[in-house]
Design a protein. Structure first.
Length: 253
């Protein structure tokens, strides 16, 4: 049909200036698209610059940082006082007190009854007696402390290293530098696991860490990194809630 029309009437001529109008419309549309893209460039560049300037959180070992924070707090703690005093609650029931002088005199109290400690030292490490002077002489360098404590452990008890270092944080009158070194040494032990924030039986908030014992169970400590104090200890068979651990001038009555 189209061929017949063209034979009868010839090829139709475009309207005057039709081609010019078509190209003008095409050019205008292209120019509009180009301008819209150009307008987006400053906004995109500004957004990219803002993204690059925003500080982004870097991945860190949270548990290690918490232990190092506790070490800093421990290093600045005071060691003034006449008595080293530790007050604990065992298994949520039995409350005990221990007072020790710098000369080695010691007293314990349970259910209100105060008794002088005689014979063995009130401190021990892996079942071995540890004197007050031995504790005071421990090094304040983390690597040296780790080596010294490892050498003090019985043969074949390498698995007790984390527990022995942990004991220097609260069960013994360790000098501030030694407690700080113990925290830093624990931060470098791969067997020490960070469990996250936790609350002890008294409702105190802290950070929980655990490590394996040779018996196969794990000991969990809840610490307050701001004060460097150990709040509680639990190993699946026994729990200890620490109410007080530090130096004081108030002795047993």
């Amino acid at each position: 049909m189209d061929e017949l029309i063209r034979e009868l009437y010839g090829r139709p001529e475009p309207a005057p200036h039709a081609q010019t109008r078509v190209w003008r419309r095409i050019t205008v549309r292209r120019r509009r698209r180009r301008l819209s893209w150009l307008a987006m460039i400053p906004a995109t560049a500004a957004a990219l610059a803002l993204f690059l300037l925003i500080p982004r959180e870097q991945p860190v070992d949270t548990g290690r940082e918490i232990l190092l924070t506790a070490a800093t707090s421990a290093a600045s703690a005071t060691s003034r006082g006449t008595y080293w005093h530790v007050k604990k609650v065992y298994d949520g029931v039995r409350e005990t007190d221990l007072w020790v002088t710098r000369q080695g005199g010691a007293w314990t109290a349970e259910q209100g009854r105060v008794t002088r400690v005689t014979g063995r030292s009130p401190f021990s490490m892996a079942g071995r007696d540890l004197s007050f002077d031995q504790i005071q002489a421990l090094p304040s360098d983390p690597a040296e402390l780790r080596e010294r404590v490892a050498a003090m452990l019985p043969a074949g008890s390498r698995g007790l290293l984390a527990d022995a270092l942990g004991g220097l944080l609260w069960t013994k009158p360790s000098p501030p530098g030694v407690r700080a070194a113990a925290y830093r040494a624990l931060a470098d032990l791969p067997e020490v696991r960070y469990l996250g924030t936790a609350t002890d039986d008294r409702g105190r908030d802290g950070e929980a860490f655990s490590f394996a014992l040779p018996t196969g169970v794990r000991r969990t400590l809840i610490i307050d990194p701001a004060t460097s104090q150990v709040l509680s200890s639990e190993d699946g068979t026994r729990s200890e809630l620490v109410l007080t651990a530090g130096w004081t001038d108030q002795g047993p009555r």
